[in-house]
Ligand binder design. Structure first.
Ligand code: ADP
Ligand code: ASP
Ligand code: MG
Length: 440
């Protein structure tokens, strides 16, 4: 077996939890163990970065809080503490040095990378203490992005082959999620929550038999448990449904995680570190699930762009010109609806929205509005089942719906609403579309 196991912030958030993680990797026979930073670390480092960017200097309380957290963990986890305490001291001295010579984004990326580097170093010392052979892999030597920002998967595969060459099957390779280097060789990262994606990439690069994402909940639930009571885990899902839900806001998975595994048909399991023997969710190419409604998720920070143009009437080539503007600004479109004289599109990256609007203005009247959420319903939603759309819209008939996208896929319906109605919408959909009979 050649499994890749990834553990999130809560899973490695204390000495006690790190011990649980170690017993899981021993039981599972993990080849690669990919770790996030201890819970709260990245948030604190991001807050430090923001303060530096605003010229407020180093947030001493945040750094002291982190120092205490890591030192406490080391003191309760390790018998021989000196190497780890020294490692932690160096790490925090480096953060202070980086802050003192702050030079913008590159400093920020170097600071935010320290959480994963320190957490993985401490955990690998614990694995060694347990009497196992362990290699701490610096993933920034293997995970790098190209100029276009994509991960260089060929380089990753080659580099990891070299790293593992000559080691027996009983060696545990421990490494960092989230972090990488950019095409200039500078420290960088795959975005918030990106450790899941790191694990999937490492799984694909090493031809893993399985990628396991270990977190603080028993698998992918049918709705967002942060806002809705009485959600339940879905035991089996297809790659397509899981990718759709992750993309549309199911936080348990970083949106890019599924693609590398889907390409190589590597099963992905979502498991709970705090309840290791709970079943979790298994994601494969086929789910053989026939439930009409499988799950709901919501994605925030959506901006809707509307273009009204009489030139669109009976014209061809109009949409192409509209899409070209989004392409020029490398801004992906999520939802689209059209009428004879208008088109509405949604984007979640509004970095270039002002320039986009300016260019689109030559086509007609253009407006945009932020503060929206997309609600995505996934299930067996083929047109052959009449009444689906009215079921879904009827479940939220007290909520103004701004856009509906149905028909592109047999497996999902997307609705655009103002974010202030998101929680109500998720709760109403839960109450009306899902029954306890849907639990497996
Ligand atoms: P980690 O730090 O392990 O990566 P995350 O916080 O990123 O964990 O993801 C796990 C969290 O995702 C859960 O605690 C849960 O609150 C949230 N979540 C949101 N939507 C879902 C869903 N549909 N199913 C399960 N968890 C979800
Ligand atoms: N530590 C990073 C974050 O909090 C990456 C991750 O946890 O996946 O975003
Ligand atoms: Mg996560």
């Amino acid at each position: 077996m050649n499994k890749v196991l990834k553990f999130g912030g809560t899973s490695v958030g204390s000495a006690e939890n790190m011990k649980k993680v170690a017993s899981i990797i021993f039981e599972q026979g993990a080849r690669f163990t990919v770790l996030s930073a201890m819970s709260g670390t990245t948030d604190a480092l991001v807050a430090i970065n923001n303060a530096l960017a605003e010229g407020k200097g180093l947030l001493a309380d945040k750094i002291e809080m982190l120092e205490e957290k890591y030192n406490n963990c080391i003191n309760s986890l390790l018998d021989d503490k000196s190497e780890a305490l020294e490692r932690a001291e160096k790490c925090f001295a480096l953060i202070r040095d980086l802050a003192a010579s702050y030079s913008g984004v590159s400093t920020q990326k170097a600071i935010v990378a320290q959480g994963e580097l320190l957490t993985s170093a401490i955990f690998s010392m614990y694995v060694r203490q347990c009497g196992k052979q362990v290699v701490l892999v610096d993933i920034t030597e293997a995970m790098r992005t190209t100029e276009s920002g994509k991960v260089d998967t060929a380089h990753l595969a080659e580099a990891l082959k070299k790293v593992t060459a000559g080691y027996g099957d009983d060696v545990f390779f421990v490494t960092q999620g989230f972090i990488c280097r950019d095409h200039n060789g500078e420290l960088s990262n795959l975005g918030r929550g990106g450790s899941d994606y790191s694990a999937a990439l490492i799984g694909a690069a090493t031809g893993a038999s399985e990628v396991q994402i270990w977190t603080d909940i028993d698998g992918m639930h049918n709705n967002d448990p942060r806002y809705v009571e009485g959600t339940y885990p879905i035991r089996r899902m297809s790659f397509t449904d899981a990718a759709e839900l992750a993309y549309f806001g199911a936080k348990i998975l970083h949106p890019s995680t599924i693609q590398p595994c889907k390409e190589l048909d590597i099963p992905v399991k979502l498991k709970n570190t705090l309840e290791p023997h709970a079943e979790g969710t298994t994601i494969t190419s086929h789910s053989d699930d026939s439930r009409k409604y499988l799950a709901v998720a919501a994605k925030d920070n959506i901006t809707v762009v509307r273009i009204c143009s009489a030139n669109m009437l009976m014209a061809y080539g109009f949409l192409r010109r509209v899409f070209e503007v989004f392409e020029k600004y490398r801004t992906p479109i999520d939802m689209i609806t059209t009428s004879q004289v208008a088109v509405s599109l949604t984007i979640d990256d509004d970095t270039h929205v002002k320039s986009i609007i300016e260019e689109l203005s030559s086509f007609g009247n253009v407006s945009y509005q932020s503060g929206n959420s997309i609600i995505c319903v996934v299930g067996d939603l083929a047109a052959e089942h009449p009444g689906l759309v009215s079921d879904i819209l009827g479940s939220i008939d007290n909520i103004p719906v701004k856009m509906v996208s149905y028909g592109a896929s047999n497996r999902s319906v997307a609705l655009l609403i103002d974010s202030e109605y998101k929680i109500d919408a998720l709760r109403s959909l839960n109450a009306k579309l899902f029954t306890t009979a849907d639990k497996q």
